[in-house]
Ligand binder design. Structure first.
Ligand code: PEP
Ligand code: MN
Length: 337
């Protein structure tokens, strides 16, 4: 339930209402806009059902919310949220490209990729230090050493870094290095992990689960925001279907739907979304067209030798072409990059 206060509502009116709601055991989330204050009831809101809130002084109207997400919903926060990542703005009218290898494999290779993608126009560096691999025998990532290499690449290029945190026990460690904490598709419904990153003081990027509905995707974000962390970016990365020509089916319809339902920025990861390098570029252009706020792209100088996801990684020359064409599309669709 949301309570929209009149423009003329006083601080006393607002405090009085919050006090009464809290008395029945319901928490509140207050959003002060330029013209009106909106008070969202959080938690077991059913307990506030019998309060005659519409009659309280200063109340303009009471809006029952049928959708299970509130804090991430547009009703609660009509304008686009913009997440500031060390000065790089994600969301609104900005288009942001995050690029780098699937995994951080070695210092030399990572720094080479980082310098290349920075020079080519990427605004954020990606890389995995903790890797969620289907097989326990596959390369699992360099762990903290990988985070150190990424931090060095940030120093060299000036670009912020995004990397996955797989386990709640690693959140404190990853927070020390990363500028964005990535929640991987396989962990999208790891609610303990979501609660931990909800308390972190770093932006969080949540990837859509392999078999998750859009509502479940937004509920994962709701976990993080309800924990107190408003800086959430969503990432569509494809879902499991019966199709086998692609690794996943990149659900681009998710983007305009999420933009209707939520104020959070949403980017697209076509690399994992299709799992084959040869169609990453057209799907990137399509992502711009459907209104995505950015892209996450895997790049490797020698995909044949990549320790993970070589088949979906772009070589340098292909990434250069992609950036040239994406920049044009961004201009055509009226965004800034
Ligand atoms: C990744 O971005 O490195 C990754 C593992 O992606 P996803 O969680 O979407 O599979
Ligand atoms: Mn990958």
């Amino acid at each position: 339930m949301m309570i929209i206060m009149r423009e003329s509502a006083t601080d006393n009116d607002i405090d009085h209402l919050i006090e009464k709601v809290k008395e029945v055991g319901v928490d509140v989330h207050v959003s002060k806009g330029a013209f009106a204050t909106v008070i969202g009831l959080v938690g077991d809101t059913i307990k506030a059902r019998d309060l005659p809130l519409a009659t309280f002084p200063g109340v303009e109207r009471v809006v029952p919310i049928l959708k299970p997400f509130k804090l991430v919903g547009r009703e609660f926060h009509p304008s686009d949220s913009i997440v500031d990542v060390r000065g790089v703005k994600v969301g609104g009218n900005n288009f942001t490209v995050m690029a780098g290898p699937c995994s951080v494999e070695s210092r030399d290779v990572y720094l080479d990729i980082a310098k290349f993608v920075a020079k080519t126009g990427a605004q954020i560096l990606r890389g995995g230090a903790f890797k969620p691999r289907s097989s326990p025998y596959s390369f699992q990532g360099l762990g903290e050493e990988g985070l150190k290499i990424m931090a060095e690449a940030r120093d060299v290029t000036g670009l912020p870094i995004v990397t996955e945190v797989m386990d709640a026990r690693d959140v404190d460690l990853v927070v020390e290095y990363a500028d964005i904490l990535q929640i991987g598709a396989r962990n999208m419904q790891n609610f303990t992990l979501l609660k931990y990153v909800g308390q972190a003081n770093k932006p969080v990027m949540i990837k859509r689960g392999l078999s998750s509905t859009i509502e479940e995707f937004l509920m994962a974000a709701e976990y993080v925001v309800s924990g107190g962390n408003n800086d959430v970016i969503l990432c569509e990365r494809g879902i499991r279907t019966f199709e086998t020509y692609t690794r996943n089916t990149l659900d681009l319809s998710c983007v305009p739907i999420v933009k209707k339902l939520s104020h959070l920025p949403i980017i697209v990861d076509p690399s994992h979304g299709v799992g084959r390098w040869d169609i990453v570029e057209p799907m990137s252009i399509a992502s711009v067209a459907v209104g995505a706020h950015g892209l996450m792209i895997e790049v490797h100088p020698n995909p044949e030798e990549a320790l993970s996801d070589g088949y979906e990684s772009l070589k340098y020359d292909n990434f250069e072409t992609l950036m040239k064409n994406v920049k044009q599309a961004v201009r055509v669709f009226g965004k800034g990059m």
